[in-house]
Ligand binder design. Structure first.
Ligand code: HMG
Ligand code: MG
Length: 298
């Protein structure tokens, strides 16, 4: 990618909606994704093929993927925890999938009911099968700067799991500050440590704004060469571990940050802001993006 351009990976229709109390209809999920594509997003997580007992909000992700109106050049991605998920994602014609684990066993135990090592063994056949059908796979590592159950997470644990996912064939690792406790120095230490083992171009940051630090941490990551940033329109989502806490960093705010730095994204800020306000209205929740609110108030 060009050093002056930033890729924003839109996770609102997945990470955002999976953490909203209210499950949205398939039609509204499709409309959200359509509006995001119209705003210029080129990588959109459209759903998740996980157990509906665990995450009821992501049920019918197959229908979402099959019903949405696809735009050329847009990748519609889905989370797949295991082979069953991958089969479903393939049947729904997902453009790519994402596997996910964490840097702490305490977290994977609660999130996917196994240890980190066991999760890697579940993920391995997903990558093998995806390779045979030519499907790109993104890898998520959660709790990279803190775990809600374990507390501190050693940087080496993040390096090890990121390396393992790349070795298995993930094209990119998205670093999840799942509970948003990371600081600027922590972000710098983490990325510097990872960069000793893998190209920065294969790393993305996925920061939650629980403590209002996401943009500062993203800036630190940009300074160290990161050019892929995950965001959620209107800051959709919350945090299942902290009542009332905000969720993913808002895509509108990330866009404002990177545009201010003179970096290009191909995204229309006004259309994105209007999409954020629209989905907030649908969910009857406050719009979680400051720049989004400012742009729609104009
Ligand atoms: P399990 O209970 O350990 O495994 O769940 P299982 O294989 O014994 O399956 C149990 C039941 O789930 C069975 O159904 C399976 O058929 C079904 P039952 O017999 O009880 O009726 N099942 C599935 N159903 C649909 N799709 C599938 C699937 N696989 C099994 N793919 C499992 C293991 C992983 C499935 C479960 O723990 C699960 O679904 N967890 C959900 C985890 C999740 O989605 N978390 C949120 C996404 S991760 C995230 O948000 C973090 C991220 O944003 C980065 C960050 O912020 O840090 C990415
Ligand atoms: Mg997340």
């Amino acid at each position: 990618a060009h050093p002056d351009s930033v890729r924003i990976v839109e996770v609102g229709a997945r990470d955002g909606l999976q953490n909203e109390a209210q499950a949205l209809s398939v039609e509204l999920r499709c409309e959200l994704i359509g509006r995001l594509a119209a705003a210029g997003l080129r990588h959109i997580e459209a759903g998740s093929f996980v157990s509906p007992k665990w995450v009821p909000q992501m049920q019918y992700s197959d229908r979402v993927l099959l019903q949405l109106e696809r735009q050329p050049g847009v990748r519609y991605a889905a989370l797949t925890p295991n082979l069953q998920g991958l089969e479903a994602a393939l049947a729904a014609n997902a453009s790519e999938v994402a596997v996910f684990t964490a840097a702490s066993d305490a977290f994977t135990q609660k999130n996917i009911n196994c240890s980190v090592a066991q999760s890697l063994e579940r993920i391995r056949p997903v990558l093998e099968h995806a390779r045979t059908v030519g499907l790109p796979v993104r890898g998520y590592v959660s709790t990279v700067m803190g775990c809600p159950y374990q507390g501190e997470v050693p940087v080496q644990a993040v390096v090890d799991v990121a390396q393992a996912l790349l070795d298995m064939g993930c094209y990119e690792i998205s670093l999840g500050d799942t509970i948003g406790t990371g600081s600027v120095p922590q972000t710098q230490n983490l990325i510097r440590a990872l960069a000793l083992h893998m190209p920065v171009s294969q790393l993305a940051v996925h920061f939650h704004d629980t403590y209002g630090q996401a943009l500062a941490n993203i800036y630190a990551a940009l300074e160290l060469g990161i050019r892929t940033i995950d965001g959620s329109v209107a800051g959709l989502g919350g945090c299942p571990y902290a009542a009332g806490a905000s969720g993913n960093v808002a895509s509108e705010d990330v866009l404002r940050l990177v545009e201010g730095l003179g970096l290009h994204t191909g995204i229309d800020a006004q259309l994105l802001a209007e999409t954020g306000q629209w989905i907030s209205d649908q969910l009857q929740r406050p719009n979680g993006s400051k720049s989004g609110r400012a742009l729609v108030a104009k």
